[in-house]
Design a binder for this molecule. Structure first.
Ligand code: FE2
Length: 239
């Protein structure tokens, strides 16, 4: 087991919120799985799409958390601590959208943002700039590894130069076909935070601890430790 704490800042384990956990029972098992890997805390980041208002989303999220917390307390088991956020899908004009602050991770000013899987436009960079420079919201770019094959190096570099943070999924480090690429992203300073992006107990399960165990004694141990420290700093802002 590790000698440092880490918070999994990206997970879809709230029951019935999105394409993640489908039931309270599944959520409890996901949390247990994370706890067994030594994960101290987890941020719930259900997908937010503007098909509903932010307030409607928050009402649904509160109810889902209520059900999950009740079941956690009733079980008497020890689970990671939970705090709340969202994975917000980018849309043009989002830089000026209402209520974005309410979707940040806990009480922090970090917002988990999913970017388009099509070539990025100038308007996206402007939106990101107004989020961070005007509103003080720092976008955490979700699963950066997914954009790498789709975007030009110039665009990735341009994004990295803005006030943003890159998050990589643990799966990228675990799968033998992508492990090399994942390590290279870490080595090149393209990863500031790690997350499981867990959705279920099978194909996209909580696996952050498993990924860390593979890495902590490698040459990338320092980068991993830094990412862990950063995740705990964000968590502490929620307390
Ligand atoms: Fe996600």
């Amino acid at each position: 087991m590790r000698d440092f704490e880490i918070c999994d800042i990206h997970g879809h384990f709230l029951p019935g919120m999105d394409d993640g956990s489908a039931s309270v029972a599944e959520s409890l098992q996901m949390l247990e799985m994370a706890a067994s890997q030594g994960i101290s805390c987890m941020c719930a980041t259900p997908h937010y799409y503007p098909v509903e208002t932010v307030n409607e989303f928050l009402v649904r999220r509160d109810e889902s958390v209520r059900q999950l917390t009740e079941a956690m307390n009733a079980s008497g088991k020890k689970f990671p601590q939970i705090y709340l956020g969202a994975e917000v899908a980018y849309r043009q004009g989002i830089g000026n959208a209402d209520d974005l602050e309410k979707l940040c991770l806990g009480n922090s000013n970090y917002l988990l943002l999913e970017l388009p899987f099509t070539p990025w436009k100038q308007s996206m960079f402007r939106d990101i700039s107004s989020m961070s420079n005007v509103r003080g919201i720092i976008p955490v770019i979700a699963h950066v590894e997914r954009y790498v094959p789709l975007q030009t190096r110039k665009n990735l570099q341009k994004l990295l130069e803005q006030d943003v943070v890159f998050q990589m999924n643990a799966e990228h480090l675990l799968h033998w076909t992508t492990r090399g690429k994942a390590k290279s992203l870490l080595r090149n300073g393209m990863v500031h935070l790690l997350g499981s992006d867990c959705h279920n107990l099978t194909t996209r399960k909580p696996n952050l601890g498993a990924a860390l165990d593979r890495l902590q004694k490698s040459k990338l141990g320092a980068a991993v430790y830094q990412a862990a420290q950063f995740s705990m700093e964000i968590f502490e802002q929620t307390q």
